[in-house]
Design a protein around this ligand. Structure first.
Ligand SMILES: *[C@@H]1O[C@H](CO)[C@@H](O)[C@H](O)[C@H]1NC(C)=O
Ligand SMILES: *[C@@H]1O[C@H](CO)[C@@H](O)[C@H](O)[C@H]1NC(C)=O
Ligand SMILES: *[C@@H]1O[C@H](CO)[C@@H](O)[C@H](O)[C@H]1NC(C)=O
Ligand SMILES: *[C@@H]1O[C@H](CO)[C@@H](O)[C@H](O)[C@H]1NC(C)=O
Length: 413
């Protein structure tokens, strides 16, 4: 068995934890050990620790959602060598959205030559890095404290209806230009759901989805199967309101117990969870372990587990027809219809052959739901050797993925 520290440091890449939440109480503490004030944000924030040190300008921004969460965003307004790329022109804004259980820093762990935000800045784009509610620098709310259960009363539905619209509106307002979107993992699901609901109709220019998750029913790692069998049936209506802290003591004890199931190989947990990443740098993985994982809402993890279990992309299921009736006016939660994404929206999808979370069969289902998309507006890239983490941290992601993303955006200008 891997040492617990390693185990949980790797957990952020996992959707599988979603399946291992037992329906009793909270994992981890809800005390604000990560809580920072504005001053600390400037000194210890993502700009200072991960961007300025490489010689790039970087601005910290605060964005308030309609339901009162205060999100932090980082903007890298230009490349290291000023005047690179779009000199003279107004730079195109790009919004980059991370996945579940990490924050925006995950994009910045490789060297400036290798990481996506800095590559985009050097290519002449105006880069905005989003951070999801509940992560290290997004633990403020206009009236709630992150120690209160009510602070954690949300799932990815709220990321679709509040977080994403807030950051889109903010960037649009600041730049007065339509925005290119990049999502990884959960960042793809909330993008797809949001665009299908028409939320960003006036502010979105194009979208790149890396390692897309939408349909999740083919996710079939050993750990996932065990966890699903053991726990998915126990999901109930009443335990969703708490912080899910993957670094918490209880999460640690629980995942360790899972590793004792026959057939679950926790020596190689990263592979067991994300698939066989081909191209990670060990020093980057070290940095990752130091800076991630980040908290999310237990309800969000439950919602993801429902997506795995039910094979549909739908809103949070309250677990009983009468509760669903109360929340939605129907006994089943409403479905997000991915086919409603505007057919002329330029889309780039890049997926990997070794990705255990974004399984090739599930990506096929996603592509099926886009089958009426304008053919010349949908580009796909299949990378045989890539798994989930390679898209964010792969040392050769620049050559294999990011250059294609840049090309795709440049074609929209
Ligand atoms: C959570 O939000 C739902 C509505 O979305 C509400 O019915 C419920 O009472 C809330 N629970 C808590 C503990 O805030
Ligand atoms: C847009 O920006 C202006 C000026 O910075 C600000 O006064 C206004 O409140 C902003 N609107 C939104 C919706 O953020
Ligand atoms: C791995 O990361 C270290 C530290 O950032 C760096 O010095 C080294 O060049 C990287 N190796 C590769 C292959 O990118
Ligand atoms: C989803 O949207 C498409 C296109 O707008 C429509 O043809 C289809 O009937 C919808 N599916 C459902 C289940 O509503």
């Amino acid at each position: 068995m891997a040492p617990p520290e390693l185990l949980f440091s790797l957990a952020p890449l996992s959707l599988l934890l979603a399946l291992v939440v037992e329906p009793h109480g909270t994992y981890g503490s809800t005390t604000g050990s990560f809580r920072v004030n504005d001053g600390a944000l400037e000194v210890n924030g993502i700009c200072a620790t991960s961007v300025n040190i490489h010689g790039y300008k970087c601005q910290e921004h605060k964005v308030e959602t309609e339901d009162g969460y205060v999100l932090s965003m980082q903007r890298i307004p230009e490349g290291r060598v000023e005047g690179n790329g779009g000199a003279g022109n107004k730079k195109q804004p790009i919004l980059i959205q991370h996945g579940v259980l990490v924050d925006g820093m995950a994009w910045l762990l490789n060297s400036p030559q290798e990481n996506l935000p800095m590559i985009l800045a050097d290519k002449g784009f105006d880069v905005w890095i989003a951070n999801t509610r509940g992560t290290r620098f997004c633990r403020k709310h206009v009236s709630l404290d992150s120690g209160q259960p009510e602070f954690w009363n949300w799932s990815w539905d709220e990321l679709v209806s509040f977080d994403l619209p807030a950051v889109f509106d903010f960037v649009f307002n600041q730049t007065q230009q339509k925005i290119h979107y990049i999502g990884h993992s959960l960042g793809t699901l909330i993008g797809l759901a949001s665009f299908s609901e028409g939320h960003q109709a006036d502010t979105l220019k194009s979208a790149a989805f890396l390692s897309p998750i939408a349909y999740l029913s083919h996710m079939n790692t050993a750990l996932g199967t065990v966890a699903a069998k053991a726990f998915v049936g126990k999901i109930t209506t009443w335990f969703g309101v708490a912080e899910f802290n993957p670094k918490g003591q209880q999460a640690s004890v629980f995942l360790k117990s899972l590793c004792n199931y026959p057939g679950v190989d926790c020596y190689d947990l990263l592979t067991a969870i994300t698939g066989k990443n081909c191209c990670l740098n060990f020093s980057t993985v070290d940095l990752f372990i130091k800076n991630e994982p980040q908290s999310t809402a237990t309800k969000n993890m439950v919602h993801l587990a429902q997506t795995v279990r039910d094979g549909v992309i739908a809103k949070y299921n309250y677990g009983r027809p009468d509760y669903n009736q109360m929340h939605y006016g129907a006994s089943k939660p409403p479905v997000y219809n991915i086919s409603n994404i505007p057919r002329d929206l330029p889309i780039f999808i890049s997926y990997g052959g070794q990705d255990a979370l974004s399984d090739v069969q599930d990506v096929q289902l996603l592509l099926d739901s886009l089958k009426f998309h304008d053919a010349n507006k949908l580009m796909t890239q299949f990378i045989k050797d890539y798994a989930h983490a390679d898209f964010v941290m792969g040392t050769d992601a620049k050559d294999i993925v990011y250059n294609q993303v840049v090309q795709f955006f440049q074609n929209q200008q």
